[in-house]
Design a protein around this ligand. Structure first.
Ligand SMILES: Nc1ncnc2c1ncn2[C@@H]1O[C@H](COP(=O)(O)OP(=O)(O)O)[C@@H](O)[C@H]1O
Ligand SMILES: [Mg+2]
Length: 373
């Protein structure tokens, strides 16, 4: 791909369970992309237990995401650190700072806006364990979410809970202001009887009954929410039955397609290289790990290239701009939206603002909030 054709892609790496190999995978994926001539930024957004920097051998005191959250630096670009890998920079995660593990929603949006603005081809966000709202939110805001798991029952079940949590969080944020659909999603979120009823198809049928004009939104979620699964420490040559079960569970219970992006081998010698993962990939024992990363990266990139053809993700908008544009749309004549529906476009403003603004501009409309950064 020629440089001028490149679109920025944001991967986020999560997994539900701690210690499954997310940070090592994030670094190795970054190394592979950087060696292919792409510029890469690794961003540690594990706001509770950051460890990405240690995998890179960054152990002395350096600026971290805390400096940005606490407004000591104005931009994330100011805290990009060099790594031992050419073309690959990193933003260190913060040590525990009281109150910071749970930033306010506006701060999460601000962090994501700055992440999206980083001047690189690929951004890889290393997320924390668990199903904290901020992990689910950062996962949902990236272009492609990657779930890392180990082939053991606890880790696989945590991966399922994580995927389910991320899907519900996404549905809640898209339909949060809809008077009929929001309560339906809310009820399903609180069910404790083993999600026997809920799937995306089931929700689609409910939406068809309650608010058929919202169907395009649920179709978009169905199309775009497609987590990739990476199984770490997989015994050689096996396609583990637990992994197969996880994929079919997501299909049957949630109506979600999860793509198995690949497996990584178990390499006990890795423990000797925990402070130099890029160096590990050059060693004889690191070779099979790197070979698997290369296959996984190719799969992830092919997927995200076909995605960018479908959707234009352009500039991002602030909360304030979004509210202003929604007010502006409220006052518009329904005729502007002929062939579609005003309230659908208003809701879409919350998660695909650039698409809505393109639509309005094409209809000959303008507003200062379309452009103000
Ligand atoms: N492919 C692997 N083979 C052997 N050990 C691994 C592998 N991946 C990770 N580990 C072990 O798991 C530990 C946790 O990895 P890490 O990437 O820090 O996990 P996470 O970020 O998910 O908490 C590492 O310190 C290492 O000992
Ligand atoms: Mg980690």
């Amino acid at each position: 791909m020629k440089p001028e054709q490149k679109t920025k892609t944001i991967f986020s790496v999560a997994g539900g369970k701690g210690g499954v190999g997310k940070s090592i995978f994030s670094v190795a994926l970054g190394v592979k992309l950087a060696r292919d001539g792409n510029s890469v930024a690794l961003v540690d957004l594990d706001l509770g237990a950051a460890n990405l920097h240690t995998c890179l051998g960054i152990i002395k005191k350096t600026p971290t995401i805390a400096d940005f959250i606490l407004k000591k630096v104005p931009s994330l670009e100011d805290i990009l650190l060099e790594t031992s890998q050419e073309n690959m920079k990193a933003i260190s995660g913060a040590e525990f700072v009281a109150g910071m593990a749970n930033p306010a929603h506006w701060m999460k949006l601000k962090i994501m806006r700055h992440v999206k603005a980083l001047p690189v081809d690929y951004i890889i966000i290393d997320l924390g364990a668990g199903v904290h709202f901020n992990t689910l939110d950062f996962f949902g805001m990236s272009d492609r979410g990657i779930v890392v798991t180990a082939p053991e029952p606890g880790a696989v079940m945590n991966a399922y809970s994580f995927i389910k949590g991320a899907l519900f969080r996404r549905l809640q944020s898209v339909f949060k202001k809809h008077p009929e659909i929001a309560p339906v999603i809310d009820t399903e979120t609180k069910r404790t009887d083993g999600d026997k009823r809920f799937t995306l198809e089931w929700l689609t049928v409910r939406i068809k009954e309650l608010a058929p004009d919202m169907l395009p939104l649920i179709r978009e979620i169905e199309r775009d929410f497609c987590p990739a699964l990476v199984v770490n420490r997989m015994p050689e040559g096996q396609r583990h039955v637990l992994v197969r079960n996880l994929i079919s569970l997501c299909k049957e219970r949630l109506g979600l397609t999860v793509e198995h992006a690949g497996n990584l081998p178990d390499i006990p010698e890795i423990t000797g290289y925990l402070l130099k993962i890029p160096g590990f990939l050059n060693t004889r024992t690191g070779k099979p790990y790197l070979a698997s990363i290369e296959k996984i990266a190719d799969k992830l990139i092919t997927h995200s290239e076909s995605e960018t053809e479908k959707q234009k993700t352009g500039t991002d908008f602030s909360d304030e701009q979004i509210e202003k544009i929604i007010d502006f749309m409220e006052g518009l004549d329904n005729g502007v939206f002929k062939g579609s529906n005003k309230s659908t476009w208003k809701l879409r403003m919350y998660f695909k603002p650039s698409e809505v603004v393109d639509f309005l501009i094409n209809r000959g409309l303008t507003h200062e909030a379309f452009y103000k950064k």
